[in-house]
Ligand binder design. Structure first.
Ligand SMILES: Nc1ncnc2c1ncn2[C@@H]1O[C@H](COP(=O)(O)OP(=O)(O)OP(=O)(O)O)[C@@H](O)[C@H]1O
Length: 232
Protein backbone atom coordinates (compact mmCIF):
# COMPACT_ATOMS: atom_id res chain seq x y z
CA UNK A 1 0.00 0.00 0.00
CA UNK A 2 1.25 3.46 -0.86
CA UNK A 3 2.11 5.57 2.17
CA UNK A 4 1.99 8.78 0.17
CA UNK A 5 0.26 11.85 1.50
CA UNK A 6 -0.40 14.37 -1.23
CA UNK A 7 -1.60 17.76 -0.10
CA UNK A 8 -2.29 20.80 -2.25
CA UNK A 9 -4.70 23.09 -0.49
CA UNK A 10 -5.65 26.72 -0.55
CA UNK A 11 -7.82 28.65 1.87
CA UNK A 12 -8.22 32.35 2.65
CA UNK A 13 -9.51 33.42 6.05
CA UNK A 14 -10.60 36.91 7.03
CA UNK A 15 -8.34 38.12 9.86
CA UNK A 16 -8.67 41.05 12.26
CA UNK A 17 -6.03 43.08 10.41
CA UNK A 18 -5.46 41.36 7.10
CA UNK A 19 -6.60 38.09 5.57
CA UNK A 20 -4.57 34.95 6.20
CA UNK A 21 -3.83 32.81 3.18
CA UNK A 22 -3.02 29.14 3.54
CA UNK A 23 -1.29 27.81 0.45
CA UNK A 24 0.17 24.47 1.37
CA UNK A 25 1.60 21.93 -1.02
CA UNK A 26 3.63 18.87 -0.15
CA UNK A 27 4.04 15.17 -0.78
CA UNK A 28 5.47 12.82 1.81
CA UNK A 29 5.77 9.06 2.06
CA UNK A 30 7.61 8.75 5.34
CA UNK A 31 6.39 7.17 8.54
CA UNK A 32 7.18 10.22 10.67
CA UNK A 33 6.39 13.53 9.06
CA UNK A 34 6.83 16.74 11.03
CA UNK A 35 5.40 20.08 9.99
CA UNK A 36 7.47 22.70 11.77
CA UNK A 37 6.77 26.42 12.04
CA UNK A 38 6.06 29.37 14.32
CA UNK A 39 2.76 30.23 15.94
CA UNK A 40 0.20 31.44 13.44
CA UNK A 41 1.96 29.94 10.41
CA UNK A 42 -0.97 27.68 9.48
CA UNK A 43 0.01 24.37 11.06
CA UNK A 44 -3.30 23.69 12.78
CA UNK A 45 -5.30 24.73 9.73
CA UNK A 46 -3.32 22.26 7.63
CA UNK A 47 -3.83 19.44 10.11
CA UNK A 48 -7.54 20.20 10.43
CA UNK A 49 -7.95 20.29 6.67
CA UNK A 50 -6.38 16.83 6.39
CA UNK A 51 -8.65 15.53 9.17
CA UNK A 52 -11.72 17.00 7.45
CA UNK A 53 -12.46 19.55 10.15
CA UNK A 54 -11.71 22.52 7.87
CA UNK A 55 -12.69 22.64 4.19
CA UNK A 56 -10.20 24.25 1.78
CA UNK A 57 -11.41 26.67 -0.90
CA UNK A 58 -9.41 24.87 -3.56
CA UNK A 59 -7.11 21.90 -4.03
CA UNK A 60 -6.84 18.22 -3.21
CA UNK A 61 -5.86 15.85 -0.47
CA UNK A 62 -4.96 12.29 -1.47
CA UNK A 63 -3.89 9.87 1.25
CA UNK A 64 -2.65 6.35 0.51
CA UNK A 65 -4.14 6.58 -2.96
CA UNK A 66 -7.59 7.57 -1.70
CA UNK A 67 -8.99 11.01 -2.53
CA UNK A 68 -10.19 12.67 0.67
CA UNK A 69 -10.75 16.07 -0.85
CA UNK A 70 -10.88 17.37 -4.39
CA UNK A 71 -12.50 20.74 -4.96
CA UNK A 72 -12.72 20.32 -8.75
CA UNK A 73 -14.36 16.91 -8.49
CA UNK A 74 -16.48 18.04 -5.54
CA UNK A 75 -15.16 15.28 -3.33
CA UNK A 76 -15.02 15.93 0.40
CA UNK A 77 -14.95 12.83 2.56
CA UNK A 78 -16.55 13.48 5.95
CA UNK A 79 -14.12 13.42 8.87
CA UNK A 80 -15.12 9.98 10.27
CA UNK A 81 -14.63 8.33 6.85
CA UNK A 82 -11.00 9.51 6.71
CA UNK A 83 -9.88 7.10 9.42
CA UNK A 84 -7.39 9.40 11.10
CA UNK A 85 -6.48 9.46 14.75
CA UNK A 86 -6.31 13.02 16.03
CA UNK A 87 -4.39 13.95 19.15
CA UNK A 88 -5.40 17.43 20.24
CA UNK A 89 -2.99 19.74 22.01
CA UNK A 90 -5.02 19.74 25.24
CA UNK A 91 -5.97 16.02 24.77
CA UNK A 92 -9.71 16.86 24.85
CA UNK A 93 -10.56 14.03 27.25
CA UNK A 94 -14.15 13.79 28.45
CA UNK A 95 -14.11 14.89 32.09
CA UNK A 96 -17.25 12.92 33.00
CA UNK A 97 -15.89 9.64 31.61
CA UNK A 98 -13.28 7.41 33.24
CA UNK A 99 -9.97 6.56 31.59
CA UNK A 100 -11.44 3.27 30.35
CA UNK A 101 -14.61 4.92 29.06
CA UNK A 102 -12.60 7.61 27.28
CA UNK A 103 -10.65 4.92 25.41
CA UNK A 104 -13.82 2.91 24.65
CA UNK A 105 -15.35 6.08 23.18
CA UNK A 106 -12.70 5.99 20.48
CA UNK A 107 -14.16 2.72 19.22
CA UNK A 108 -17.18 4.48 17.81
CA UNK A 109 -20.93 4.33 17.64
CA UNK A 110 -21.63 1.27 19.79
CA UNK A 111 -19.42 2.53 22.60
CA UNK A 112 -20.48 6.15 22.79
CA UNK A 113 -21.94 5.53 26.21
CA UNK A 114 -19.73 2.79 27.55
CA UNK A 115 -20.53 1.35 30.94
CA UNK A 116 -17.85 1.36 33.59
CA UNK A 117 -18.12 -2.37 34.16
CA UNK A 118 -17.81 -3.98 30.77
CA UNK A 119 -15.11 -2.40 28.67
CA UNK A 120 -14.72 -3.83 25.19
CA UNK A 121 -11.68 -6.05 24.60
CA UNK A 122 -10.11 -3.53 22.20
CA UNK A 123 -10.24 -0.83 24.88
CA UNK A 124 -8.53 -3.16 27.35
CA UNK A 125 -5.88 -3.90 24.75
CA UNK A 126 -5.00 -0.23 24.29
CA UNK A 127 -5.11 0.50 28.00
CA UNK A 128 -2.50 -2.20 28.46
CA UNK A 129 -0.43 -1.13 25.46
CA UNK A 130 -0.09 2.34 26.95
CA UNK A 131 0.42 1.07 30.49
CA UNK A 132 -2.82 2.53 31.76
CA UNK A 133 -4.44 -0.66 33.02
CA UNK A 134 -4.06 0.41 36.66
CA UNK A 135 -5.86 3.68 36.00
CA UNK A 136 -8.94 2.43 34.16
CA UNK A 137 -11.49 3.67 36.71
CA UNK A 138 -9.95 7.07 37.39
CA UNK A 139 -11.23 10.30 35.93
CA UNK A 140 -8.98 12.59 33.83
CA UNK A 141 -8.53 15.07 36.69
CA UNK A 142 -7.21 12.25 38.90
CA UNK A 143 -4.21 11.46 36.68
CA UNK A 144 -1.05 13.31 35.60
CA UNK A 145 -0.51 15.22 32.37
CA UNK A 146 1.64 12.46 30.88
CA UNK A 147 -1.00 9.88 31.77
CA UNK A 148 -3.73 12.06 30.25
CA UNK A 149 -1.73 12.19 27.06
CA UNK A 150 -1.46 8.40 26.99
CA UNK A 151 -5.22 8.11 27.45
CA UNK A 152 -5.74 10.48 24.51
CA UNK A 153 -3.29 8.40 22.44
CA UNK A 154 -5.04 5.14 23.37
CA UNK A 155 -8.38 6.67 22.40
CA UNK A 156 -6.99 7.89 19.07
CA UNK A 157 -5.35 4.52 18.28
CA UNK A 158 -8.22 2.22 19.30
CA UNK A 159 -10.10 2.47 15.96
CA UNK A 160 -6.91 1.54 13.99
CA UNK A 161 -6.41 4.80 12.12
CA UNK A 162 -4.38 4.73 8.92
CA UNK A 163 -2.80 8.05 9.87
CA UNK A 164 -2.16 9.63 13.26
CA UNK A 165 -2.30 13.43 13.39
CA UNK A 166 -0.64 15.09 16.37
CA UNK A 167 -1.08 18.76 17.29
CA UNK A 168 1.83 19.93 19.50
CA UNK A 169 1.58 16.72 21.53
CA UNK A 170 4.17 17.68 24.16
CA UNK A 171 3.46 21.37 24.63
CA UNK A 172 1.24 20.85 27.69
CA UNK A 173 3.77 18.63 29.50
CA UNK A 174 6.51 19.60 31.95
CA UNK A 175 9.87 19.79 30.15
CA UNK A 176 11.41 16.74 31.94
CA UNK A 177 8.43 14.64 30.91
CA UNK A 178 8.62 15.72 27.28
CA UNK A 179 11.77 13.76 26.50
CA UNK A 180 10.30 10.59 28.00
CA UNK A 181 7.03 10.96 26.12
CA UNK A 182 8.89 11.56 22.85
CA UNK A 183 10.70 8.25 23.35
CA UNK A 184 7.45 6.55 24.27
CA UNK A 185 5.74 7.82 21.12
CA UNK A 186 8.70 6.88 18.94
CA UNK A 187 8.72 3.33 20.33
CA UNK A 188 4.97 3.00 19.86
CA UNK A 189 5.12 4.36 16.33
CA UNK A 190 7.80 1.90 15.22
CA UNK A 191 6.15 -1.04 17.02
CA UNK A 192 2.81 -0.37 15.31
CA UNK A 193 4.29 0.66 11.97
CA UNK A 194 2.05 3.67 12.21
CA UNK A 195 2.28 6.67 9.94
CA UNK A 196 2.08 9.99 11.74
CA UNK A 197 2.03 13.65 10.89
CA UNK A 198 2.96 15.98 13.72
CA UNK A 199 2.80 19.75 13.87
CA UNK A 200 5.09 21.61 16.25
CA UNK A 201 7.04 24.80 16.86
CA UNK A 202 9.54 22.99 19.10
CA UNK A 203 12.90 22.11 17.49
CA UNK A 204 13.33 19.25 20.00
CA UNK A 205 10.29 17.52 18.48
CA UNK A 206 11.87 17.89 15.06
CA UNK A 207 15.11 16.40 16.27
CA UNK A 208 13.54 13.46 18.12
CA UNK A 209 10.76 12.51 15.72
CA UNK A 210 11.25 14.18 12.38
CA UNK A 211 12.05 11.63 9.72
CA UNK A 212 10.75 13.98 7.07
CA UNK A 213 10.52 17.62 8.10
CA UNK A 214 8.58 20.35 6.35
CA UNK A 215 8.88 23.95 7.38
CA UNK A 216 5.83 26.20 7.22
CA UNK A 217 5.92 29.98 7.39
CA UNK A 218 3.11 32.42 6.76
CA UNK A 219 0.84 29.76 5.30
CA UNK A 220 3.41 28.30 2.91
CA UNK A 221 5.77 25.34 2.89
CA UNK A 222 9.43 26.32 2.65
CA UNK A 223 11.02 22.96 2.00
CA UNK A 224 12.69 20.45 4.24
CA UNK A 225 13.66 22.12 7.53
CA UNK A 226 16.59 19.75 8.01
CA UNK A 227 18.25 20.61 4.74
CA UNK A 228 17.67 24.32 5.35
CA UNK A 229 19.42 24.05 8.71
CA UNK A 230 16.55 24.90 11.05
CA UNK A 231 17.50 22.32 13.64
CA UNK A 232 21.13 23.40 13.73
N1 LIG B 1 -11.42 30.01 11.93
C1 LIG B 1 -10.57 30.99 11.62
N2 LIG B 1 -11.01 32.18 11.14
C2 LIG B 1 -10.16 33.15 10.82
N3 LIG B 1 -8.82 33.04 10.92
C3 LIG B 1 -8.32 31.89 11.40
C4 LIG B 1 -9.16 30.80 11.77
N4 LIG B 1 -8.37 29.79 12.20
C5 LIG B 1 -7.11 30.23 12.11
N5 LIG B 1 -7.06 31.49 11.62
C6 LIG B 1 -5.84 32.28 11.35
O1 LIG B 1 -5.03 31.54 10.48
C7 LIG B 1 -3.65 31.69 10.85
C8 LIG B 1 -3.02 30.31 11.05
O2 LIG B 1 -3.61 29.68 12.17
P1 LIG B 1 -3.17 28.25 12.69
O3 LIG B 1 -4.01 27.94 13.87
O4 LIG B 1 -3.19 27.28 11.58
O5 LIG B 1 -1.67 28.52 13.12
P2 LIG B 1 -0.65 27.57 13.87
O6 LIG B 1 0.59 27.56 13.04
O7 LIG B 1 -1.27 26.29 14.17
O8 LIG B 1 -0.37 28.38 15.19
P3 LIG B 1 -0.37 27.89 16.74
O9 LIG B 1 0.89 27.13 16.91
O10 LIG B 1 -0.39 29.18 17.49
O11 LIG B 1 -1.61 27.08 16.92
C9 LIG B 1 -3.63 32.57 12.08
O12 LIG B 1 -3.30 33.88 11.67
C10 LIG B 1 -5.04 32.50 12.60
O13 LIG B 1 -5.37 33.69 13.26
Amino acid sequence: MSMAIDVDIHRTLAGPHRPFTLDVRFRAEHARIVLYGPSGSGKSLTLRAIAGLVTPDRGRIVVHGQTWFDADQRICLPAPARRVGYLFQDYALFPHLTVGQNVAFGLGAGWRNPSRRSLPEAARHWLEALELDGLTDRYPWQISGGQQQRVALARALAPHPQLLLLDEPFAALDPPLRARMREHLLALQSRLGLQMLMITHDPSDVEALGEYVLEIRDGRIHGDARTSGITG
